[in-house]
Design a protein around this ligand. Structure first.
Ligand SMILES: Cc1cc2nc3c(=O)[nH]c(=O)nc-3n(C[C@H](O)[C@H](O)[C@H](O)COP(=O)(O)O)c2cc1C
Ligand code: SF4
Length: 411
Protein backbone atom coordinates (compact mmCIF):
# COMPACT_ATOMS: atom_id res chain seq x y z
CA UNK A 1 0.00 0.00 0.00
CA UNK A 2 1.13 3.55 -0.68
CA UNK A 3 2.24 6.06 1.90
CA UNK A 4 -0.61 8.41 2.83
CA UNK A 5 1.64 11.46 2.85
CA UNK A 6 3.34 11.53 -0.57
CA UNK A 7 1.37 14.00 -2.70
CA UNK A 8 3.48 13.60 -5.87
CA UNK A 9 3.29 9.85 -5.77
CA UNK A 10 1.09 9.67 -8.87
CA UNK A 11 4.05 10.71 -11.01
CA UNK A 12 6.36 8.01 -9.67
CA UNK A 13 6.79 4.55 -11.25
CA UNK A 14 4.56 1.67 -10.22
CA UNK A 15 5.44 -2.00 -10.49
CA UNK A 16 2.59 -4.44 -11.09
CA UNK A 17 3.72 -8.02 -11.53
CA UNK A 18 6.55 -8.07 -14.07
CA UNK A 19 5.71 -4.59 -15.41
CA UNK A 20 6.91 -1.19 -14.24
CA UNK A 21 4.84 1.80 -15.37
CA UNK A 22 6.44 5.23 -15.71
CA UNK A 23 3.67 6.71 -13.54
CA UNK A 24 0.39 5.73 -11.88
CA UNK A 25 -2.06 7.10 -14.45
CA UNK A 26 -3.92 4.45 -16.44
CA UNK A 27 -6.25 5.17 -19.35
CA UNK A 28 -9.22 2.92 -18.61
CA UNK A 29 -10.81 0.79 -21.29
CA UNK A 30 -13.38 2.81 -23.21
CA UNK A 31 -14.76 0.97 -26.25
CA UNK A 32 -13.17 3.00 -29.03
CA UNK A 33 -15.65 2.01 -31.75
CA UNK A 34 -12.63 1.57 -33.97
CA UNK A 35 -12.59 -2.05 -35.11
CA UNK A 36 -15.01 -2.43 -37.99
CA UNK A 37 -15.74 -6.09 -38.58
CA UNK A 38 -13.46 -6.86 -35.64
CA UNK A 39 -10.28 -5.48 -37.26
CA UNK A 40 -8.27 -2.89 -35.25
CA UNK A 41 -8.13 0.28 -37.35
CA UNK A 42 -5.68 3.09 -37.94
CA UNK A 43 -8.05 5.30 -35.94
CA UNK A 44 -7.63 2.94 -32.98
CA UNK A 45 -3.85 3.35 -33.24
CA UNK A 46 -4.17 7.13 -33.45
CA UNK A 47 -6.49 7.18 -30.42
CA UNK A 48 -4.05 5.28 -28.19
CA UNK A 49 -0.93 6.94 -29.55
CA UNK A 50 -2.36 10.33 -28.57
CA UNK A 51 -3.23 9.08 -25.08
CA UNK A 52 0.27 7.62 -24.70
CA UNK A 53 1.88 10.83 -25.94
CA UNK A 54 -0.21 12.70 -23.39
CA UNK A 55 1.72 11.09 -20.55
CA UNK A 56 -0.20 8.13 -19.10
CA UNK A 57 1.72 5.20 -17.67
CA UNK A 58 -0.49 2.71 -19.47
CA UNK A 59 -3.37 2.82 -21.93
CA UNK A 60 -5.97 0.06 -22.08
CA UNK A 61 -7.37 -1.14 -25.39
CA UNK A 62 -11.00 -1.85 -24.76
CA UNK A 63 -12.90 -4.93 -25.06
CA UNK A 64 -10.98 -7.52 -27.07
CA UNK A 65 -13.16 -10.61 -27.48
CA UNK A 66 -11.43 -13.88 -26.58
CA UNK A 67 -13.56 -15.86 -29.04
CA UNK A 68 -16.22 -15.28 -31.71
CA UNK A 69 -18.94 -16.41 -29.25
CA UNK A 70 -17.47 -14.05 -26.66
CA UNK A 71 -18.20 -10.97 -28.76
CA UNK A 72 -20.80 -8.46 -27.69
CA UNK A 73 -20.85 -6.75 -31.09
CA UNK A 74 -19.53 -7.80 -34.47
CA UNK A 75 -17.44 -4.64 -34.58
CA UNK A 76 -15.43 -5.66 -31.52
CA UNK A 77 -11.71 -6.45 -31.67
CA UNK A 78 -11.23 -10.20 -32.14
CA UNK A 79 -8.22 -11.84 -30.49
CA UNK A 80 -7.07 -14.10 -33.31
CA UNK A 81 -3.91 -14.58 -35.38
CA UNK A 82 -5.14 -12.39 -38.23
CA UNK A 83 -5.29 -9.36 -35.93
CA UNK A 84 -1.79 -9.68 -34.45
CA UNK A 85 -0.24 -7.54 -37.17
CA UNK A 86 -2.79 -4.76 -36.56
CA UNK A 87 -2.45 -4.92 -32.79
CA UNK A 88 1.36 -4.84 -33.16
CA UNK A 89 1.05 -1.55 -35.03
CA UNK A 90 -0.86 -0.23 -32.02
CA UNK A 91 1.48 -1.48 -29.30
CA UNK A 92 4.53 -0.19 -31.20
CA UNK A 93 2.94 3.26 -31.51
CA UNK A 94 2.14 3.32 -27.78
CA UNK A 95 5.66 2.16 -26.86
CA UNK A 96 7.21 4.87 -29.06
CA UNK A 97 5.48 7.36 -26.76
CA UNK A 98 6.90 5.73 -23.63
CA UNK A 99 3.69 4.20 -22.31
CA UNK A 100 2.64 0.61 -21.74
CA UNK A 101 -0.31 -1.02 -23.48
CA UNK A 102 -2.89 -3.27 -21.88
CA UNK A 103 -5.47 -5.37 -23.73
CA UNK A 104 -8.83 -5.73 -22.02
CA UNK A 105 -9.78 -9.35 -22.66
CA UNK A 106 -13.47 -10.10 -22.53
CA UNK A 107 -16.15 -12.69 -22.99
CA UNK A 108 -19.60 -11.13 -23.17
CA UNK A 109 -21.55 -14.20 -22.06
CA UNK A 110 -25.24 -13.45 -22.48
CA UNK A 111 -24.56 -9.73 -22.97
CA UNK A 112 -24.30 -10.14 -26.71
CA UNK A 113 -25.87 -8.84 -29.89
CA UNK A 114 -24.14 -11.43 -32.05
CA UNK A 115 -26.66 -13.67 -33.77
CA UNK A 116 -24.72 -16.65 -35.10
CA UNK A 117 -23.31 -18.09 -31.85
CA UNK A 118 -21.85 -21.57 -32.29
CA UNK A 119 -22.93 -22.39 -28.71
CA UNK A 120 -26.60 -21.80 -29.49
CA UNK A 121 -28.13 -19.90 -26.59
CA UNK A 122 -25.74 -17.31 -25.12
CA UNK A 123 -23.58 -18.61 -22.28
CA UNK A 124 -23.92 -17.46 -18.70
CA UNK A 125 -23.45 -18.68 -15.15
CA UNK A 126 -27.10 -19.74 -14.98
CA UNK A 127 -29.88 -20.29 -17.47
CA UNK A 128 -33.10 -18.31 -17.66
CA UNK A 129 -34.55 -15.25 -19.30
CA UNK A 130 -31.95 -13.04 -20.96
CA UNK A 131 -32.81 -9.36 -20.48
CA UNK A 132 -30.64 -8.22 -23.39
CA UNK A 133 -32.62 -10.71 -25.46
CA UNK A 134 -35.48 -8.23 -25.48
CA UNK A 135 -33.43 -6.36 -28.06
CA UNK A 136 -31.05 -8.95 -29.46
CA UNK A 137 -33.80 -11.55 -29.95
CA UNK A 138 -31.85 -14.14 -27.91
CA UNK A 139 -34.40 -14.53 -25.15
CA UNK A 140 -32.80 -17.35 -23.17
CA UNK A 141 -29.32 -17.88 -21.76
CA UNK A 142 -27.77 -21.22 -20.92
CA UNK A 143 -25.89 -22.25 -17.76
CA UNK A 144 -22.34 -23.22 -18.66
CA UNK A 145 -21.44 -26.82 -17.98
CA UNK A 146 -17.98 -28.08 -16.97
CA UNK A 147 -16.88 -28.60 -20.59
CA UNK A 148 -17.90 -25.09 -21.61
CA UNK A 149 -16.21 -23.61 -18.55
CA UNK A 150 -12.97 -25.38 -19.43
CA UNK A 151 -13.27 -24.24 -23.04
CA UNK A 152 -13.75 -20.59 -22.08
CA UNK A 153 -10.76 -20.75 -19.71
CA UNK A 154 -8.76 -21.95 -22.72
CA UNK A 155 -10.05 -19.01 -24.76
CA UNK A 156 -8.94 -16.51 -22.13
CA UNK A 157 -5.51 -18.16 -22.03
CA UNK A 158 -5.25 -18.10 -25.82
CA UNK A 159 -6.38 -14.47 -25.87
CA UNK A 160 -3.75 -13.51 -23.30
CA UNK A 161 -1.01 -15.30 -25.26
CA UNK A 162 -2.09 -13.56 -28.42
CA UNK A 163 -2.00 -10.20 -26.65
CA UNK A 164 1.56 -11.00 -25.54
CA UNK A 165 2.53 -11.93 -29.09
CA UNK A 166 1.08 -8.62 -30.29
CA UNK A 167 3.38 -6.72 -27.93
CA UNK A 168 1.01 -5.87 -25.08
CA UNK A 169 2.55 -5.32 -21.65
CA UNK A 170 -0.56 -6.28 -19.71
CA UNK A 171 -3.93 -7.91 -20.05
CA UNK A 172 -6.97 -6.75 -18.16
CA UNK A 173 -9.47 -9.55 -17.57
CA UNK A 174 -12.92 -7.97 -17.70
CA UNK A 175 -14.84 -9.22 -14.68
CA UNK A 176 -17.17 -6.25 -14.40
CA UNK A 177 -20.13 -4.48 -15.94
CA UNK A 178 -22.27 -7.58 -16.62
CA UNK A 179 -20.02 -9.53 -19.01
CA UNK A 180 -19.54 -13.29 -18.58
CA UNK A 181 -17.22 -13.31 -15.56
CA UNK A 182 -19.32 -10.61 -13.94
CA UNK A 183 -22.33 -12.88 -14.56
CA UNK A 184 -20.56 -15.40 -12.30
CA UNK A 185 -19.70 -12.79 -9.66
CA UNK A 186 -23.17 -11.24 -9.48
CA UNK A 187 -26.01 -12.92 -7.57
CA UNK A 188 -28.39 -11.25 -10.03
CA UNK A 189 -27.15 -13.72 -12.67
CA UNK A 190 -25.52 -16.55 -10.74
CA UNK A 191 -28.07 -18.93 -9.20
CA UNK A 192 -25.87 -22.01 -9.36
CA UNK A 193 -26.13 -24.65 -6.70
CA UNK A 194 -22.73 -26.20 -7.40
CA UNK A 195 -19.32 -25.07 -6.13
CA UNK A 196 -19.50 -21.96 -8.39
CA UNK A 197 -22.61 -20.43 -6.81
CA UNK A 198 -23.68 -19.24 -3.38
CA UNK A 199 -21.42 -16.99 -1.29
CA UNK A 200 -19.30 -14.23 -2.87
CA UNK A 201 -16.27 -16.52 -2.50
CA UNK A 202 -17.99 -19.33 -4.40
CA UNK A 203 -19.24 -16.97 -7.11
CA UNK A 204 -15.66 -15.71 -7.48
CA UNK A 205 -14.32 -19.23 -7.94
CA UNK A 206 -14.66 -19.42 -11.74
CA UNK A 207 -13.28 -15.89 -12.41
CA UNK A 208 -10.39 -16.79 -10.08
CA UNK A 209 -9.77 -19.99 -12.05
CA UNK A 210 -9.65 -17.96 -15.29
CA UNK A 211 -7.23 -15.55 -13.61
CA UNK A 212 -5.06 -18.40 -12.32
CA UNK A 213 -4.74 -19.98 -15.74
CA UNK A 214 -3.98 -16.65 -17.42
CA UNK A 215 -1.31 -16.00 -14.77
CA UNK A 216 0.20 -19.44 -15.39
CA UNK A 217 0.30 -18.75 -19.12
CA UNK A 218 1.60 -15.16 -19.28
CA UNK A 219 1.96 -13.84 -15.74
CA UNK A 220 5.77 -13.87 -15.78
CA UNK A 221 5.84 -11.68 -18.90
CA UNK A 222 2.68 -9.56 -18.65
CA UNK A 223 0.91 -7.79 -15.83
CA UNK A 224 -2.44 -9.44 -15.26
CA UNK A 225 -5.06 -6.91 -14.19
CA UNK A 226 -8.72 -7.58 -13.27
CA UNK A 227 -11.49 -5.02 -13.63
CA UNK A 228 -14.51 -5.75 -11.50
CA UNK A 229 -17.73 -4.13 -10.38
CA UNK A 230 -17.27 -3.80 -6.64
CA UNK A 231 -20.98 -3.00 -6.28
CA UNK A 232 -23.64 -4.02 -8.79
CA UNK A 233 -25.73 -0.93 -8.01
CA UNK A 234 -28.98 -2.88 -8.32
CA UNK A 235 -31.32 -4.42 -5.77
CA UNK A 236 -30.25 -7.97 -4.90
CA UNK A 237 -26.81 -7.43 -6.45
CA UNK A 238 -23.35 -7.30 -4.90
CA UNK A 239 -22.78 -4.70 -2.19
CA UNK A 240 -19.40 -3.13 -1.46
CA UNK A 241 -18.94 -5.67 1.35
CA UNK A 242 -19.49 -8.48 -1.17
CA UNK A 243 -17.12 -6.78 -3.61
CA UNK A 244 -14.42 -6.65 -0.95
CA UNK A 245 -14.80 -10.39 -0.32
CA UNK A 246 -14.52 -11.04 -4.07
CA UNK A 247 -11.43 -8.83 -4.25
CA UNK A 248 -9.81 -10.92 -1.52
CA UNK A 249 -10.33 -14.04 -3.62
CA UNK A 250 -8.69 -12.35 -6.62
CA UNK A 251 -5.84 -11.16 -4.41
CA UNK A 252 -5.28 -14.72 -3.16
CA UNK A 253 -5.34 -15.95 -6.77
CA UNK A 254 -2.43 -13.62 -7.54
CA UNK A 255 -3.90 -10.71 -9.57
CA UNK A 256 -1.29 -8.02 -10.09
CA UNK A 257 -3.76 -5.10 -9.96
CA UNK A 258 -7.51 -4.62 -9.52
CA UNK A 259 -9.44 -1.80 -11.20
CA UNK A 260 -12.40 -1.01 -8.94
CA UNK A 261 -15.38 -0.15 -11.11
CA UNK A 262 -19.09 -0.60 -10.36
CA UNK A 263 -22.44 -1.14 -12.05
CA UNK A 264 -23.85 -3.40 -14.75
CA UNK A 265 -24.56 -2.53 -18.39
CA UNK A 266 -28.20 -3.58 -18.31
CA UNK A 267 -29.29 -3.04 -14.72
CA UNK A 268 -27.32 -0.04 -13.48
CA UNK A 269 -25.29 1.88 -16.03
CA UNK A 270 -25.81 5.05 -14.01
CA UNK A 271 -23.82 3.44 -11.19
CA UNK A 272 -20.97 2.81 -13.63
CA UNK A 273 -20.85 6.39 -14.91
CA UNK A 274 -21.97 8.17 -11.74
CA UNK A 275 -24.48 10.32 -13.61
CA UNK A 276 -27.61 10.03 -15.76
CA UNK A 277 -27.70 9.98 -19.52
CA UNK A 278 -30.09 12.89 -20.19
CA UNK A 279 -32.31 12.65 -23.27
CA UNK A 280 -30.79 15.67 -24.98
CA UNK A 281 -27.39 14.00 -24.79
CA UNK A 282 -28.36 11.04 -26.95
CA UNK A 283 -27.23 11.13 -30.53
CA UNK A 284 -29.49 9.54 -33.12
CA UNK A 285 -27.95 6.25 -34.23
CA UNK A 286 -28.42 4.61 -37.59
CA UNK A 287 -28.53 1.26 -35.76
CA UNK A 288 -32.16 0.77 -34.62
CA UNK A 289 -31.12 -1.73 -31.93
CA UNK A 290 -28.84 0.82 -30.29
CA UNK A 291 -31.62 3.41 -30.44
CA UNK A 292 -34.01 0.94 -28.83
CA UNK A 293 -31.47 0.07 -26.13
CA UNK A 294 -31.01 3.74 -25.30
CA UNK A 295 -34.76 4.25 -25.20
CA UNK A 296 -35.22 1.34 -22.80
CA UNK A 297 -32.32 2.56 -20.71
CA UNK A 298 -34.05 5.91 -20.31
CA UNK A 299 -37.20 4.17 -19.09
CA UNK A 300 -35.39 2.03 -16.54
CA UNK A 301 -32.49 4.16 -15.29
CA UNK A 302 -32.83 7.15 -12.94
CA UNK A 303 -32.76 10.42 -14.90
CA UNK A 304 -31.68 12.73 -12.11
CA UNK A 305 -28.32 11.46 -10.88
CA UNK A 306 -25.87 14.37 -10.84
CA UNK A 307 -22.20 13.69 -11.40
CA UNK A 308 -19.85 14.03 -8.48
CA UNK A 309 -16.10 13.66 -8.56
CA UNK A 310 -14.74 10.39 -7.10
CA UNK A 311 -18.24 8.88 -7.06
CA UNK A 312 -16.97 5.33 -6.44
CA UNK A 313 -14.72 6.19 -3.50
CA UNK A 314 -17.00 4.71 -0.82
CA UNK A 315 -17.11 1.28 -2.45
CA UNK A 316 -13.41 1.35 -3.39
CA UNK A 317 -12.52 2.08 0.25
CA UNK A 318 -14.11 -1.24 1.25
CA UNK A 319 -11.69 -3.06 -1.03
CA UNK A 320 -8.74 -0.96 0.15
CA UNK A 321 -9.51 -1.89 3.74
CA UNK A 322 -9.83 -5.61 2.92
CA UNK A 323 -6.71 -6.12 0.76
CA UNK A 324 -3.02 -5.22 0.60
CA UNK A 325 -2.52 -5.67 -3.14
CA UNK A 326 -2.15 -2.89 -5.75
CA UNK A 327 -5.48 -1.22 -6.53
CA UNK A 328 -6.48 1.34 -9.15
CA UNK A 329 -9.17 3.80 -8.16
CA UNK A 330 -11.61 4.59 -11.01
CA UNK A 331 -14.73 6.73 -11.25
CA UNK A 332 -14.91 10.50 -11.67
CA UNK A 333 -11.22 11.38 -11.43
CA UNK A 334 -11.13 14.87 -12.96
CA UNK A 335 -8.71 16.99 -10.97
CA UNK A 336 -5.18 16.78 -9.66
CA UNK A 337 -6.72 17.04 -6.19
CA UNK A 338 -8.76 13.89 -6.99
CA UNK A 339 -5.59 12.09 -8.03
CA UNK A 340 -3.78 13.12 -4.87
CA UNK A 341 -6.72 12.09 -2.72
CA UNK A 342 -6.69 8.61 -4.29
CA UNK A 343 -2.97 8.34 -3.54
CA UNK A 344 -3.44 9.56 0.02
CA UNK A 345 -6.20 7.02 0.57
CA UNK A 346 -3.75 4.26 -0.33
CA UNK A 347 -4.65 3.44 -3.95
CA UNK A 348 -1.56 2.67 -6.00
CA UNK A 349 -2.95 3.99 -9.31
CA UNK A 350 -5.80 5.98 -10.81
CA UNK A 351 -7.67 4.96 -13.95
CA UNK A 352 -9.41 7.61 -16.02
CA UNK A 353 -11.91 7.26 -18.84
CA UNK A 354 -13.83 10.38 -19.81
CA UNK A 355 -11.25 12.92 -18.64
CA UNK A 356 -8.72 11.39 -21.05
CA UNK A 357 -11.24 11.13 -23.90
CA UNK A 358 -11.81 14.85 -23.37
CA UNK A 359 -8.10 15.67 -23.25
CA UNK A 360 -5.51 13.09 -24.18
CA UNK A 361 -2.75 15.30 -22.74
CA UNK A 362 -4.28 15.68 -19.28
CA UNK A 363 -1.50 13.84 -17.44
CA UNK A 364 1.19 15.97 -19.05
CA UNK A 365 -0.91 19.07 -18.23
CA UNK A 366 -1.21 18.00 -14.58
CA UNK A 367 2.50 17.25 -14.40
CA UNK A 368 3.62 20.54 -15.91
CA UNK A 369 1.20 22.55 -13.81
CA UNK A 370 -0.60 23.76 -16.95
CA UNK A 371 -3.91 22.71 -15.48
CA UNK A 372 -5.38 21.45 -12.24
CA UNK A 373 -8.65 20.11 -13.64
CA UNK A 374 -10.15 18.48 -16.71
CA UNK A 375 -12.86 20.45 -18.47
CA UNK A 376 -14.83 17.29 -19.26
CA UNK A 377 -18.45 18.10 -18.36
CA UNK A 378 -19.33 14.44 -17.61
CA UNK A 379 -22.21 14.71 -20.10
CA UNK A 380 -21.68 11.06 -21.18
CA UNK A 381 -22.19 11.88 -24.85
CA UNK A 382 -18.94 10.14 -25.78
CA UNK A 383 -20.69 6.87 -24.94
CA UNK A 384 -22.99 7.10 -27.94
CA UNK A 385 -20.11 8.39 -30.09
CA UNK A 386 -18.79 4.80 -30.00
CA UNK A 387 -21.28 3.97 -32.74
CA UNK A 388 -20.42 6.87 -35.07
CA UNK A 389 -18.19 6.42 -38.17
CA UNK A 390 -15.18 8.10 -36.54
CA UNK A 391 -15.48 6.10 -33.31
CA UNK A 392 -15.33 7.29 -29.72
CA UNK A 393 -14.46 10.93 -29.17
CA UNK A 394 -15.44 13.86 -27.00
CA UNK A 395 -18.28 15.92 -28.47
CA UNK A 396 -16.47 19.08 -27.37
CA UNK A 397 -13.39 18.23 -29.44
CA UNK A 398 -12.53 16.87 -32.85
CA UNK A 399 -14.37 13.75 -34.04
CA UNK A 400 -12.35 10.67 -34.96
CA UNK A 401 -11.51 10.08 -38.61
CA UNK A 402 -14.07 7.91 -40.41
CA UNK A 403 -11.48 7.38 -43.15
CA UNK A 404 -8.82 6.02 -40.77
CA UNK A 405 -11.49 4.02 -38.99
CA UNK A 406 -12.25 2.15 -42.19
CA UNK A 407 -8.61 1.00 -42.63
CA UNK A 408 -6.91 -1.89 -40.83
CA UNK A 409 -4.13 -0.60 -38.57
CA UNK A 410 -1.36 -2.31 -40.51
CA UNK A 411 -2.79 -1.80 -43.99
C1 LIG B 1 -17.14 5.90 -24.27
C2 LIG B 1 -16.93 4.93 -23.15
C3 LIG B 1 -16.76 3.57 -23.44
C4 LIG B 1 -16.52 2.66 -22.41
N1 LIG B 1 -16.24 1.34 -22.71
C5 LIG B 1 -15.77 0.52 -21.74
C6 LIG B 1 -15.24 -0.75 -22.08
O1 LIG B 1 -15.17 -1.14 -23.25
N2 LIG B 1 -14.77 -1.53 -21.07
C7 LIG B 1 -14.80 -1.11 -19.76
O2 LIG B 1 -14.37 -1.84 -18.88
N3 LIG B 1 -15.29 0.09 -19.42
C8 LIG B 1 -15.76 0.92 -20.38
N4 LIG B 1 -16.16 2.20 -20.05
C9 LIG B 1 -16.15 2.59 -18.63
C10 LIG B 1 -14.84 3.30 -18.26
O3 LIG B 1 -13.70 2.49 -18.42
C11 LIG B 1 -14.89 3.78 -16.81
O4 LIG B 1 -15.08 2.64 -15.98
C12 LIG B 1 -15.98 4.82 -16.57
O5 LIG B 1 -16.07 5.72 -17.64
C13 LIG B 1 -15.75 5.58 -15.28
O6 LIG B 1 -14.50 6.24 -15.32
P1 LIG B 1 -14.40 7.85 -15.60
O7 LIG B 1 -15.25 8.53 -14.57
O8 LIG B 1 -12.95 8.16 -15.44
O9 LIG B 1 -14.92 8.09 -16.98
C14 LIG B 1 -16.46 3.11 -21.06
C15 LIG B 1 -16.64 4.47 -20.79
C16 LIG B 1 -16.87 5.39 -21.81
C17 LIG B 1 -17.02 6.84 -21.47
S1 SF4 C 1 -18.41 13.83 -24.39
FE1 SF4 C 1 -16.59 14.92 -23.71
S2 SF4 C 1 -17.29 16.31 -22.09
FE2 SF4 C 1 -18.91 14.75 -22.38
S3 SF4 C 1 -18.37 13.13 -20.89
FE3 SF4 C 1 -17.46 12.54 -22.82
S4 SF4 C 1 -15.36 13.34 -22.69
FE4 SF4 C 1 -16.57 14.42 -21.11
Amino acid sequence: MTSPTDRSLAFTPLTIGPLTLRNRFIKSATNEGAARGGVPSKQLVRFHERIAAGGVGMTTVAYCAVSPDGRTFVDQIGLHEGNVVHLKALTEAVHRQGAAASAQITHGGCFTWVKDLSCGRPLSSSGGFNKVGLLSGQWWRQAMDATQMTQVIGEFVQGARLARDAGFDAVEIHMGHGYLLSQFLSPLYNHRRDAYGGSPERRARYPAEVLGRVLDAVGKELAVVCKLSVTDGARGGNTAADGARIAKVLEAAGAHLLVLSAGLNVESITTMFGSSFPKENRVKMSNPLINAAMFLQRLTEPQDVSFREMYLLESARHVRAATRMPLAYIGGVKTLANVNQAMQEGFEAVALGRALIHGADLVEAFGSGRTQASECTSCNRCVSMMYTPGGTSCVLGQAGSAELNAQGAAS
